[in-house]
Design a protein around this ligand. Structure first.
Ligand SMILES: [Zn+2]
Length: 455
């Protein structure tokens, strides 16, 4: 019997015309199917073939230059070519950084702000240079307010070991893209945390084929932080961890999985990856400074970041195991926060896991995405969802804050605002800024502003 790869090759050759010069197909890049062609320009100019391939193979397709020979050889020349193309299409002085990933033939182009025609620009770069580009607006400019050093630290972890990482992605691809063995549709959902309690969110979804963990948070308590009930978990058979957002009650124990031998992928959005590095580094440092032993080390955190694969909102369904596809949608809760959609058995069973979400728009964030074609199971975060938990209208709360600040300033007091979690500080600053602009508040002198990274 022909292998899945051989069958794919046959189909690709039927679809792609000889001009594309198909070279080979591979599962490098983990969840994606990579098709190498010797004439990337031809395929980019005839994008209908990519659509047909995706439809026929039911996979997300990435086209790469089939041979290092079809790529621009010198890194400087490649960077110059990309800079010229970005300048021509979006404007000058917009590139933040260009990082070349030699083993995979991919190049990461970090921009200072999001661009509207990203996929068009990516196609042009591939056609021109033979390198598969990923255009990423840096988290810094996306409003996460992160220090530059943290962004660079994360990039370094993923690129310093680019060859090993390619090996990890290749192994992952082979596992994900095999044909499902079982046709049994039984699905079990096990709460490992955050059930009838606040904190340590962790939900295990199992089919005969797959085992997927949604979030892995910490439950802070005065007697010591508590982990999710991880005894239920077999790390050898765990296929994927999916993270909704970077708050400690959802990410606090992710590196712990790596400490005890997990070697698989962790899926999340790009901003969540950077925020996770900041929060968990801080968590380790905090524990050390208080003379406590943190539950995991910096190396375990580096392992978690190394195994992280980022996805965009509402992008294509990504294969994360032989029978499960994943999509992330905007949850409106903080920068990068996501609602998780799992399609099990080719759309047979759809699970929506909201994570923390915000239904209405705020100054910084869009409302949570809530339109799904099908959902057989909805797992909804319900903190603040009790019948007593009625919050005053936003406008009323904002006015109360402004009045309190005004009263304090008028009485020559000092205003100190402890902020509960990431994302909130920025929102509060915007409220105060608006009140100052509207002359509801005088221009207040602020001595220092620091983010509070705690949960
Ligand atoms: Zn949260």
């Amino acid at each position: 019997m022909a292998s899945l790869k051989e069958e794919m090759e046959k189909k690709i050759m039927e679809i792609l015309p000889p001009e594309a010069k198909f070279s080979r197909v591979d599962f490098e890049g983990g969840p994606n199917v990579i098709i190498y062609v010797m004439n990337p320009r031809y395929v980019m100019e005839h994008s209908e073939y990519i659509k047909t391939l995706a439809k026929e193979l039911k996979k997300y397709i990435i086209i790469r230059g089939g041979d290092p020979k079809v790529r621009i050889r010198e890194v400087d020349k490649l960077k110059r070519a990309i800079t010229d193309m970005v300048t021509k299409s979006v404007g000058s002085n917009i590139i933040d950084d260009i990082v070349v990933d030699e083993p995979t033939g991919e190049v990461y182009v970090y921009l200072k702000k999001p661009v509207r025609e990203r996929s068009k620009l990516e196609k042009e770069i591939l056609a021109e240079t033979g390198w598969k580009p990923w255009i990423i607006p840096t988290a810094l400019e996306m409003g996460a307010g992160l220090p530059r050093s943290d962004i660079d630290a994360v990039k370094q972890i993923q690129l310093a070991t680019a060859k090993d990482r390619l090996e990890f992605l290749r192994r992952l691809g082979m596992r994900i893209h095999r044909e499902p063995i079982y046709r049994d549709a039984r699905i079990t959902v096990t709460g490992l945390g955050a059930q009838m309690e606040v904190g340590r969110s962790a939900i295990l979804i199992r089919t005969k084929e797959s085992s997927i963990l949604l979030d892995c948070g910490v439950k802070p308590s005065s007697s010591g932080d508590e982990a999710p009930l991880l005894d239920e978990l077999d790390l050898d058979t765990l296929d994927a961890v999916v993270i909704t957002h970077a708050h400690m009650d959802h990410i606090g124990y992710v590196p712990y999985l790596f400490k005890y031998g997990y070697k698989g992928p962790v899926y999340m959005t790009e901003p969540t990856k950077y925020l996770m590095e900041v929060l968990l580094t801080d968590y380790i440092e905090q524990a050390e400074s208080e003379g406590r032993v943190p539950p995991y080390s910096r190396q375990d955190l580096a392992q978690a970041l190394y195994h992280t694969i980022t996805l965009n909102y509402a992008d294509h369904p990504t294969d994360i195991s032989p029978d499960t596809k994943l999509m992330l949608f905007d949850a409106g809760h903080e920068v990068g926060s996501a609602v998780v959609h799992l399609h099990i058995g080719n759309g047979l069973y759809n699970i929506i896991y909201t994570g923390d979400m915000k239904y209405g728009p705020t100054r910084l964030l869009n409302p949570a995405h809530n339109k799904f074609k099908r959902a057989e199971l909805l797992i909804m975060e319900s903190t603040y969802g009790g019948k007593e938990d009625i919050q005053p209208p936003r406008q009323e709360s904002e006015q109360r804050l402004v009045d309190l600040v005004k009263h304090t300033v008028e009485h020559e007091g000092k205003v100190l605002i402890p902020v509960f979690s990431t994302g909130r500080a920025q929102e509060i600053l915007l409220v105060l800024n608006e009140a100052i602009n509207n002359k509801q508040l005088p221009k207040i002198q602020s001595t220092s502003m620091g983010w509070c990274w705690k949960h």
